[in-house]
Design a binder for this molecule. Structure first.
Ligand SMILES: Cc1cc2nc3c(=O)[nH]c(=O)nc-3n(C[C@H](O)[C@H](O)[C@H](O)COP(=O)(O)O)c2cc1C
Length: 468
């Protein structure tokens, strides 16, 4: 597998080199020409159906002369390797390191300064931007990390926001998660101007993970959180829009602004819910300048319910929920936000219950932490939260519906959740206490000891049988 040149360890290329060296079976290269319409997405989904989530590198998309990298964040093993931990320790490692903010380092030059295209020469249609689903209104830049500064405090942020290709220099954008970028734009508009912003394409997966954090002090920069994840200052460089700083290792930087008082149709787009989404804040980004590496890689996130789209949300939500729960409930042992529930809507919590009422505390703290989560299931620590069969077994055998299931009506839900109220996006949230009652005997769980399991494996090996 080819090495990627000029690869700083904090860059997407650095990540690709790590994968090709340490996990060569997790990098699939497609040398033949593929169509930007549907092909890259279909390949990722086909692999996913077969239980595989490798990084995909398409050398030739529509003959546009720029390779496309996708499915970068679809694999817990690779994300865990970025933090040098085992996959089971990923949420805890993420949670701990995301809180050790490190000041950034600003470099004088960056490789994305090699090619600079300005004004009327800007033409985003030259990028190999895929059309992913038949419902999509247009090709979408799905790996655009938008960065901008708070017009009031000057503190910057960075985050993924979908970008619909509308023309050579015009992108539709939806800020529906209504976190910092939405608020910064609202503050800019209130002051009568647009929001200067840069769309950064092609950064390391630890950047995406850090960009998904939300429960942190307002004076902290997300770039400082990302530095904490790297365990060293994040290297940035100043681009040409206002005094914005962007990652020095990035592939492509598109400078421009999110316009004030301008709303245009945006979408539909195949969203993480597995549905076409027609809900959007309908903002518009206009590009003034593009900077990129001479051999730039175009990064795209596989959209819809692909693991590439969702896994980062699973891990970062697990980290944020663990973070909130551990403050009051040190007996919480694990949190899982499954991919099959769109990486958002269900959280499963394991605890070593000491007193009745603790599962209810865990449910309330989780719902108060994560707006996207609407169903919280609490199990005992003998249940593997990452094994949905085990969780369903606990619900089937430990829940008395009349007392263990409770509802929170009228709660704020996610805009993109198709079951939330179309006018105000509220819905009913639910907690399920699937723990055994404490203080009295309960049915004894059947177990096969580790010793017997080892003996069984030896018997099978001697019989020439494999375990799949
Ligand atoms: C692949 C991916 C795509 C996303 N697309 C959007 C989007 O189009 N609009 C949005 O508001 N949030 C989107 N999000 C969620 C935001 O990136 C996330 O809420 C982030 O923390 C927002 O950052 P901010 O606080 O700087 O606004 C996406 C997340 C992922 C992982």
């Amino acid at each position: 597998m080819a090495e990627f040149p000029n690869a700083d360890g904090q860059s997407l290329r650095g990540f690709l080199n790590m994968v090709s060296t340490r996990f060569p079976e997790e990098l699939v290269r497609v040398p033949q020409r593929v169509d930007s319409r549907f092909a890259t997405t279909a390949v990722a989904f086909e692999l996913e159906r077969a239980g595989r989530s490798p990084v995909l590198l398409f050398d030739d998309v529509d003959g546009k002369g720029m390779p496309l990298v996708t499915n970068v964040a679809a694999n817990r093993k690779l994300l865990a390797a970025c933090l040098d931990v085992e996959p089971g320790d990923l949420p805890t490692a993420f949670r701990e390191r995301a809180m050790s903010y490190l000041p950034c380092e600003t470099l004088d030059r960056a490789p994305w300064d090699e090619v600079v295209i300005e004004g009327a020469d800007v033409d985003l249609t030259k990028l190999p931007i895929p059309l992913q689903f038949t419902v999509d209104a247009a090709p979408y830049i799905t790996a655009g990390q938008i960065t901008a500064r708070d017009p009031v405090t000057g503190v910057d942020t960075t985050g993924f926001h979908r970008l619909m290709l509308k023309g050579r220099n015009r992108l539709g954008v939806s800020l529906h998660s209504r976190r910092r970028m939405h608020e910064f734009h609202r503050r800019a508009e209130e002051r009568g101007h647009g929001l200067p912003a840069a769309v950064v394409i092609g950064v390391h997966p630890l950047h995406y993970m850090g960009s998904m954090t939300y429960a942190y002090p307002p004076h902290v920069r997300k770039f400082e959180i990302i530095g904490g994840l790297f365990g060293e200052p994040y290297r940035l460089a100043r681009c040409g829009i206002e005094d914005l700083e962007v990652p020095a290792g990035a592939e492509i930087v598109i400078e421009g602004e999110i316009l004030a008082e301008t709303r245009e149709p945006e979408g539909p787009f195949g969203e993480f819910t597995g549905y076409a989404s027609y809900r959007s804040t309908q903002n518009v980004f206009v590009a003034h300048r593009v900077r990129m590496r001479r051999d730039a890689l175009f990064h795209s996130v596989v959209s819809g319910m692909a693991k590439d789209h969702i896994l980062i949300s699973c891990v970062t939500r697990e980290g944020e929920i663990l973070n909130a729960l551990k403050r009051n409930l040190p007996n919480v042992t694990a949190v899982h936000v499954p991919h099959s529930t769109c990486g958002a809507f269900v959280a499963i919590i394991a605890m070593k219950k000491i007193a009745e009422g603790e599962p209810q505390m865990a449910v309330m703290a989780t719902l108060g932490t994560e707006l996207y989560t609407k169903y919280v299931i609490v199990v005992d620590d003998d249940v593997d939260v990452f094994d949905i069969n085990d969780v369903f077994w606990a619900i089937a055998t430990r829940v008395r519906a009349e007392k263990d299931i409770f509802f929170v009506p009228g709660a704020k839900g996610a805009i993109l959740d198709p079951s939330s109220d179309p006018k105000d996006f509220t819905l009913t949230k639910m907690g399920i206490d699937a723990t055994r009652p404490s203080g009295r005997d309960f049915a004894e769980r059947l177990v096969i000891s580790e010793e017997e399991r080892t003996r069984a494996r030896d018997i099978l090996a001697a019989a020439g049988a494999t375990l799949g």
